[in-house]
Design a protein around this ligand. Structure first.
Ligand SMILES: NC(=O)c1ccc[n+]([C@@H]2O[C@H](COP(=O)([O-])OP(=O)(O)OC[C@H]3O[C@@H](n4cnc5c(N)ncnc54)[C@H](O)[C@@H]3O)[C@@H](O)[C@H]2O)c1
Length: 313
């Protein structure tokens, strides 16, 4: 039997999941990556596939999974509106049935389990910046409900497993994260703008571009997820993980145009339904409980991400 800790990453072939697998492998864990390749990609984990300490399993988390592991990072779920709205029923199932199945696995094996929740649990927030105590403003019947309410229900399940069965849980509320291996066509703002800028195509801004977002580079997020998993068991979260530097969508577009030297122009399109106007994490809890705060400046993160898209497009 291996003395190395065995860690399950669901959604491990996705954008965030594949970076997490890289980090876990570099830190000496045995990694079991589970993914149904709905939005994930084998190329994201290609460098790990032949490593004997890495195992890839094609599996849908809406079905039970019987494996032996010490820790579980539950990331499986399409994260961009384009993808999660393609099959909204499956999106809710992935969040809710996926959480039940992974929590069941954690209960049976005694594994520690971390849920990748989201700032979307705050909906279109009336409190700014968002603290973990804010209960949110989500429209349950809107086009984003399948994702937002699915993630909210998953959080409920995590805390009920914790209270009812003593399951060792952690809940991270992840804010917009960007970096290499984002999908080029998933409509997320950073990848969208970079791809459009590199192709000298018009950059589409929804609304007038005055809505704000904050962007966290993926390596910072991975540091936060690792810190949350490794911290003492009385820290369950929820903990916001994100970069509190807030900017308007228009500012982001202009910065990307400058950095890519693009000839693209900005064009405005109507705002999609339930698009939040402001989004910025209060990360006091992550700072005090995990000693975590993001370290990568937007300019540096964008440079790496632009470099990735230049290579792949
Ligand atoms: N990237 C962000 O900005 C962000 C923000 C908030 C929350 N999150 C959360 O982090 C997690 C990872 O997001 P991401 O940006 O890497 O998205 P992603 O779409 O790149 O990755 C999701 C992965 O889950 C897999 N998956 C989807 N449904 C599945 C199922 N039923 N069974 C097994 N695998 C399944 C996909 O194939 C993909 O590999 C998600 O849970 C997402 O909600 C991400």
């Amino acid at each position: 039997m291996s003395a190395r800790k065995k860690v399950l990453v669901t959604g491990g072939a996705g954008f965030v999941g594949s970076h997490l697998c890289d980090r876990l492998m570099a830190d000496g864990f045995d990694v079991l990556c589970v993914d149904n390749f709905y939005t994930g990609n084998r190329d994201n984990i290609i460098d790990l596939i032949d490593n004997p300490h890495f195992e890839m399993m094609r599996h849908d988390v809406t079905f039970p999974l019987y494996v032996e592991v010490d820790e579980i990072f539950n990331l499986a779920c399409p994260a961009s509106p384009i993808h999660y709205q393609l099959d909204p029923v499956q999106t809710t199932k992935t969040s809710v049935h996926g959480a039940i199945n992974m929590l069941g696995l954690a209960k049976r094996t005694g594994a520690k389990i971390l849920q990748a929740s989201t700032s979307e649990v705050y909906g279109d927030p009336e409190v700014h910046p968002q603290t973990e105590d804010y209960l949110g403003n989500v429209n349950p019947i809107g086009p984003r409900g399948c994702y937002d309410e699915g993630k909210r229900c998953a959080e409920t399940l995590f805390f009920d497993y914790h209270r009812q069965y003593g399951t060792n849980i952690r809940v991270a509320r992840i804010f917009n994260t960007y970096g290499p291996r984002m999908h080029p066509d998933d409509g997320r703002v950073v990848s969208n703008f970079i791809v459009q800028a590199l192709r000298d195509k018009p950059i589409t801004i929804y609304g007038d571009g005055s809505q704000t977002r904050s962007f966290c580079y993926v390596s910072d997020l991975i540091d936060g997820l690792m810190a949350l998993m490794e911290t003492s068991d009385d820290v369950t979260g929820p903990v916001n993980l994100g970069n509190p530097r807030e900017m308007t969508i228009r500012e982001l577009a202009e910065q990307i145009i400058t950095m890519t030297g693009s000839k693209s122009e900005l064009v405005e399109k109507p705002l999609p339904g339930d698009d939040p106007t402001q989004r910025c994490p209060d990360i006091s809890r992550a700072k005090s409980q995990l000693g975590w705060s993001p370290a990568v400046a937007l300019e540096d993160g964008l440079e790496k991400t632009i470099g990735y898209f230049k290579d792949t497009l």
